[in-house]
Design a protein around this ligand. Structure first.
Ligand code: GLC
Length: 404
């Protein structure tokens, strides 16, 4: 990557930076996303860790300011709420934040920062809140003790209207953004009625054990275990490591079929207390997400790469990597999370491929990401067939190429 390009990333990050009440955070996109988002901030910290460690730390610390009593960190913190006419916000039942969360990338970002400056003080400072966040998932999102963590709303996956959730929302593979939004709003209305209490009422409406979310959690629990070790908290280190192993084993037991990990839903199958999972066999980038946590064996990884990643009828599009397979009925090259390339998913797959030693393939994804940024700028998503950019402008996620 050229120095000029690095400069472009730095200046984008700086122009999206905001300060509020002594807290620093970065807007994913000033026009389209004028608040702080949880996993976005983790991506921001990863980007910033390459040239501005102290801002990377501040970006993460601001998330804890609005941590819930039970440990959850909301997926949106408004800081300064716009009026509804400025920016239509979904009513999540709270004044200053949303009431749901997002993929738990925090420990990974903290660990990355520590790799850069080896400063234990920051780890010490952040540790109590950080562990509380991860304990929240173990305690409140797996109350049957099956070692699979649930999301209670599609937006918690970070892939708001992904084709993976169609069947659970009762939507056909092809539908409009408006129809999808209507269903999601209905769900949020029910969420509000039951006060977003995951333990009691969510299972009646939407209850998905998502592959990327659980893969991300497995990898992050390993990071958390490493953080605990550095701080000499060996019991915690063992606990988080064991938890990551338990989730990985449960994923294999319940999600793995035909060489692929599939997300599960259970909404229809709750009979009394007995639960049976249904696999959601829709081919999205989630097929590759377990690479990030090394959940496939090397030979399984080989197979999914050959069968899906390098197959022109599936994910090997002119621009890499579509979020939904070209062969899916739901595939739509300009359909938000229903086909376009997103930079975060490229980053996850890139990291996963590297772990298995697929350097050339990883490099190809990095190059395709750079090509997209060059061709269409820092946009939210890109058409995998033409490279055209869509959605939010001045979108920060393109900065992740600095970490590839
Ligand atoms: C969209 C994305 C979500 C992201 C948010 C802010 O809602 O689907 O993943 O966190 O925008 O960038």
């Amino acid at each position: 990557m050229t120095n000029d390009f690095k400069k472009t990333i730095k200046s984008l990050m700086l122009s999206n930076r905001r300060h509020r009440g002594g807290n620093l955070y970065t807007l994913p996109s000033p026009e389209s996303y004028p608040y702080q988002w949880l996993w976005d901030s983790c991506f921001h910290a990863i980007i910033l860790s390459h040239y501005d460690i102290s801002s990377a730390k501040e970006e993460l610390l601001s998330l804890f300011v609005r941590q819930f009593e039970n440990g959850m960190i909301p997926h949106m913190i408004y800081w300064q709420k716009k009026t509804a006419s400025d920016f239509p916000v979904i009513e999540w039942g709270k004044e200053d934040t949303s009431s749901i969360t997002q993929p738990p990338m925090l420990a990974y970002s903290v660990w990355q920062i520590y790799q850069k400056d080896k400063n234990k003080k920051f780890l010490d400072q952040i540790y109590p809140n950080l562990t509380k966040f991860y304990r929240y998932f173990l305690e409140y999102r797996d109350f049957r003790g099956n070692n699979l963590i649930s999301i209670i709303n599609p937006d918690e996956s970070g892939e708001d209207n992904s084709s993976r959730f169609d069947v659970v929302l009762g939507l056909p593979p092809k539908h409009s953004l408006k129809e999808n939004f209507k269903k999601r709003l209905e769900l949020i209305q029910r969420n509000r009625e039951c006060k977003f209490n995951a333990r009691t009422c969510m299972k009646n409406f939407f209850w998905v054990k998502d592959v990327p979310f659980n893969s991300i959690l497995v990898e992050n629990l390993k990071c958390l275990s490493d953080i605990a070790s550095v701080l000499g908290k060996h019991e915690d280190a063992d606990l988080f490591f064991d938890q990551s192993k338990l989730i990985a084993a449960a994923m294999r037991k319940h999600m793995f079929e035909d060489g692929v990990f599939w997300s599960l839903h259970s909404k229809m199958d709750i009979v009394g207390e007995k639960i049976s999972y249904k696999k959601i066999k829709v081919k999205t980038w989630a097929i590759f997400a377990p690479l990030f946590a090394m959940l496939y064996t090397k030979s399984e990884a080989n197979k999914i790469i050959e069968k899906y990643l390098q197959n022109e009828e599936e994910f090997n599009a002119p621009f890499l990597i579509p979020t939904v397979s070209l062969s899916e009925e739901s595939f739509n090259p300009d359909g938000f999370w229903r086909g376009p390339v997103w930079m975060s998913t490229n980053w996850f797959i890139y990291k996963g491929l590297q772990k298995y030693g697929y350097e050339t393939l990883a490099e190809k994804i990095k190059q395709s990401s750079l090509d997209l940024l060059e061709k269409s700028g820092f946009r939210e998503q890109y058409n995998p067939l033409t490279g055209e950019g869509y959605g939010a402008k001045k979108f920060t996620w393109g900065g992740l190429v600095i970490d590839m």
